[in-house]
Design a protein around this ligand. Structure first.
Ligand SMILES: Cc1cc2nc3c(=O)[nH]c(=O)nc-3n(C[C@H](O)[C@H](O)[C@H](O)COP(=O)(O)O)c2cc1C
Length: 374
């Protein structure tokens, strides 16, 4: 009860003081500053311990072992918040059960022309146009191989954002990034293969089953040891999504993530006026909620015995996370909810999930996965 009250106070402070100020400052400036503070706190042992005492998960009923990896909480930081692995030492103290780094590409990229990030407060969404701003696979793998992680780190890999790379070169490019990370032997990690970023240049796609097949066939030859989760688009039809999952099921893909950003500017969750302010980019948060849920359920109905399903998109509360789990997600990822509600949200979701499981008579979260699919 005391923890819940402290978290509630934190939420009030965040929403009514910190956010009021931060939301008036350029979104990228705030993101860079927060990352700097988070990195610093992660290095200061005492502060980290104080945070952990209040925020990190203590309930066993929400921890799971999946593909041999221990997840103390089903809630993970989604790809795109920590491109340079600067926050991996602080996210466990916030209660996260896993943490995606990247998306990282074979070659570095300075980011798309600005604006790269914007806020849509009425729509509870962010405009994203980073296009994989990152320092490249070699630099990040060198950093990751020297580090230890309390929670599993998902290394998100995508194709280098370069319009001059064609389809075949992009396959080689992605595979080369995987080889770099495999040789780095990063501890406590798995991979996310991101085929669904809508902010990249060039005429390359992995949304045609044959093209995805070729990418995954080439990747199979690397004999990657750790599990690979495929990050899927949420903007394709059920029919095409099933065709892509069918292809993935024939390769060394252990899980699927639903999913990436919303490209449809007419999504009912988007306030049209707000969305119109941005000439570029695609949308996170509530604009991804509905379709992500539909696709989690579609994947669960058709591939539950084949894939671990990760739900991602528009999670702002414990109830939201629980809905995704009951639709078939074993794990849940988020970014936007944390920015709108505050960093205490993860601990609040952990507590809320634990309570809901008890109320519904589930001994462990794994029993609730897909419980809403009849
Ligand atoms: C600032 C930002 C950057 C993102 N960059 C990436 C990325 O590099 N790779 C990726 O797979 N997804 C990226 N995404 C998408 C998120 O990982 C996630 O799929 C999407 O935002 C939906 O989750 P949310 O509503 O909890 O934010 C990004 C999202 C945001 C908000």
């Amino acid at each position: 009860m005391a923890r819940k009250f402290i978290l509630f106070l934190f939420e009030i402070l965040y929403k009514f003081i910190f956010k009021q100020i931060a939301f008036r400052i350029d979104a990228e400036v705030v993101h860079n500053s927060i990352t700097g503070v988070g990195e610093f706190l992660g290095k200061v042992g005492l502060l980290e311990k104080i945070f952990a005492a209040v925020l990190s998960n203590k309930d066993k009923n929400i921890s799971q072992k999946i593909l041999g990896i221990k997840f103390y909480s089903p809630i993970g930081l989604s790809a795109g918040f920590d491109y340079e692995a600067r926050l991996t030492q602080i996210t466990p103290t916030l209660g996260f059960g896993f943490h995606s780094v990247g998306t990282i590409t074979n070659n570095s990229y300075e980011g798309n022309p600005k604006p790269m990030l914007g806020r849509l407060p009425k729509s509870k969404s962010l405009m994203v146009n980073k296009g994989f701003k990152n320092t490249g696979a070699r630099a990040i793998s060198t950093k990751l191989k020297r580090m230890m992680f309390d929670i599993p780190v998902g290394i998100s890999v995508g194709r280098t954002n370069n319009p001059n790379l064609g389809q075949a070169e992009s396959v080689r490019d992605v595979v080369s990034a995987f080889k770099i990370f495999e040789s780095a032997k990063v501890s406590n990690s798995y991979y996310e293969l991101n085929i669904s970023c809508p902010n990249l240049s060039g005429n390359v796609t992995f949304y045609e089953p044959k093209k995805l097949d070729l990418l995954l066939e080439t990747l199979d030859k690397v004999k990657v040891k750790k599990p690979i989760f495929l990050k899927m688009p949420i903007t394709k039809s059920n029919q095409l999504t099933l065709a892509l999952l069918n292809v993935a099921s024939k390769h060394k893909i252990a899980g699927v993530i639903f999913g990436n950003l919303q490209t449809n500017r007419n999504d009912p969750a988007l306030d049209k006026k707000e969305a119109k302010k941005f000439k570029v980019g695609n949308f996170s948060g509530k604009a991804t909620w509905q379709r992500s849920n539909e696709l989690i359920e579609l994947a669960y109905r058709n591939f539950k015995d084949r894939f671990v399903i990760v739900g991602c998109g528009g999670v702002f509360s414990a109830e939201d996370a629980y809905i995704k789990i009951k639709k078939g997600a074993q794990l849940v990822e988020l970014i936007t909810g944390m920015i709108f509600v505050g960093p205490q949200l993860i601990a609040q979701i952990n507590l809320g999930l634990s309570d809901r499981l008890k109320t519904d008579g589930f001994k462990n979260i794994s029993e609730a996965v897909g419980a809403g699919v009849v």
